[in-house]
Design a protein around this ligand. Structure first.
Ligand code: MN
Ligand code: MN
Ligand code: MN
Length: 288
């Protein structure tokens, strides 16, 4: 099984890297990518655990870009998790997340719902590599007894159009593709079936997108077929994974519950090898 989309406690997953890799190993995963939101903080521990378990580890990330005020998730694969320019970009991304949490908590306060924003943000203050997100507010709303569950928190307060919602400010997809490429990685459009903006795919492909996530736990089989065909049509590779968060209210299945067919993984990897060879070729060697 090849699962190229999972999360750890470095972002909004519930499993520490070692626990995630252990669950993946038990499930029979042979190739694993950890794709935390806007951070590579889980990469080193995940790589070490994968090496121990005999799992091929693909360094990954899931970066939030913004198009027309809406979030678009871009996966990065085979990135250098220690790239300094990438680290600087991700620090900026996480700061934007913290700013947004503060604005949303202020909106809730204006509605008479008082939450302790410093307590909500404590994990990101204790560890600046952690990516804050709306699920943290959702949990605070549950803990305060305002709602019964995280999904109710989103439905009543935190979703777009609800009173606590604040639009995200962030980079364009092209900027994210460039950041991922600068860190030696490939960029894949995450779960396009959940975004509903298939019209963006041609412009993404022209802007440097490398792959489409056709296989995803929340894609129907029709979605998968449609994105496989989009990928072929636009000369894109294909990625796929479970998007496992270790969170029963979020997950459709465990690690490996969605598996990228090996032939597609090999195509993705071959594209990366080719892109690296092209990128590292000196610009003067234009002969032949
Ligand atoms: Mn998530
Ligand atoms: Mn996502
Ligand atoms: Mn994800």
């Amino acid at each position: 099984m090849i699962d190229l989309h999972t999360h750890t406690t470095a972002s909004d997953g519930r499993c520490a890297p070692v626990e995630l890799v252990s669950r993946a190993s038990i499930a029979g995963v042979t190739v694993l990518s950890v794709t935390d939101h806007d951070t590579t903080a889980g990469a080193a521990a995940s790589a070490a655990a994968c090496a121990q378990a005999g799992i091929e580890f693909v360094p990954g990330i899931e970066v939030t870009a913004v198009v027309d005020g809406a979030d678009v998730h871009i996966l990065g694969y085979f990135i250098d998790p220690d790239s300094a320019p990438l680290a600087a970009f991700l620090t900026e991304q996480r700061q934007r997340r913290v700013d947004r949490i503060r604005q949303m908590v202020a909106r809730l306060a204006a509605l008479g719902i008082a939450l302790d924003v410093e307590a909500i943000l404590r994990p990101s203050r204790d560890d600046s590599a952690k990516a804050a997100g709306r699920p943290w507010i959702a949990r605070a709303l549950v803990d305060a007894g305002v709602v019964a569950s995280s999904s109710e928190a989103f439905d009543k307060y935190l979703k777009r159009g609800k009173p606590g919602f604040v639009s995200r400010v962030g980079p364009s997809p092209r900027e994210v593709f460039d950041q991922i490429h600068a860190a030696n990685g490939l960029a894949s459009f995450a779960h396009p079936g959940l975004i509903g903006r298939d019209d963006l795919i041609p412009s993404f492909a022209a802007a440097g997108l490398d792959a489409l996530e056709a296989h995803h736990s929340k894609h129907s089989s029709e979605d998968t077929i449609r994105y496989l065909s989009f990928a072929r049509h636009h000369g894109l590779a294909v990625s796929g994974g479970s998007d496992y968060h270790g969170d029963p209210s979020h997950d459709a299945g465990g690690p490996g519950s969605v598996s990228l067919p090996p032939v597609l993984f090999h195509e993705l990897k071959a594209r990366w090898t080719t892109s690296r060879a092209t990128a590292s070729r000196p610009s003067t060697s234009t002969s032949s």
